[in-house]
Ligand binder design. Structure first.
Ligand SMILES: O=C(O)[C@@H](CO)OP(=O)(O)O
Length: 204
């Protein structure tokens, strides 16, 4: 028996469009982001996927993405679990700053280190390692047991909280995961065996 895990990154947010560091700040989706979320829902419906369990973060852009997907999938009256463990990496003092302005101020290399190193946090914020330290135990405690039980679980979250999950599920090194960009509108479907190991991966 295998469980099915579907990971979805939220559609484009207002701050993605404005090129601002976002983290735990709470902008909504743009029109494009709304379309991306709807298209993702259509893809899952076309693939015949009907989840048993639904998880998202405590942030509007991921919650809205999940709501729009459910609308497209014709799914109503389900319980959605929202938890800060699935939130985007906290960008600390960088949140709300323009990414190009930050490069002009601190230099390309320093900003790249803050954005894509594994264990160097931005000032006052979380590294990917810090993010994984809250996201992974939550996954192992709340989601993995259902997958081992053969359930289908849909998770709508963020670039870096999903990176933390993908790293563990696919057994990637920190260099490999940092080179991976998690795209919006491209749900990844993982088949997970009853021992918790990865059996198959499909990008829809
Ligand atoms: O600003 C953020 O919260 C994230 C995702 O948009 O940015 P980055 O690509 O730097 O991880």
């Amino acid at each position: 028996m295998t469980g099915t895990l579907i990971l979805v990154r939220h559609g484009q947010s207002e701050w993605n469009l404005k090129n601002l560091f976002t983290g735990w700040r709470n902008p909504d989706l743009t029109e494009k982001g709304i379309e991306e979320a709807r298209d993702t829902g259509k893809k899952l419906k076309a693939a015949g996927i009907v989840p048993d369990l639904y998880y998202t973060s405590a942030l509007r852009r991921a919650q809205h993405t999940l709501d729009l997907m459910l609308e497209e999938m014709g799914i109503v009256d389900v319980t959605i679990v929202r938890h800060t463990a699935l939130n985007e990496r906290d960008y600390g003092d960088l949140a709300g700053l323009n990414k190009d302005d930050a490069r002009a101020k601190w230099g390309e290399e320093q900003v790249h280190i803050w954005r894509r190193s594994y264990d160097v946090p931005p000032p006052g914020g979380e590294s990917l390692k810090d993010t994984a330290a809250r996201t992974l135990p939550y996954y192992e405690r709340e989601i993995l047991p259902a997958l081992k039980d053969g359930k289908t679980v849909l998770v709508a979250a963020h670039g870096n909280s999903l990176r933390a999950l993908v790293m563990a599920i696919e057994g990637l090194t920190s260099d490999e995961i940092l080179a991976r960009e998690i795209a919006t509108g491209e749900p990844t479907v993982y088949k997970i065996g009853s021992d918790g190991s990865l059996a198959e991966k499909v990008v829809l």
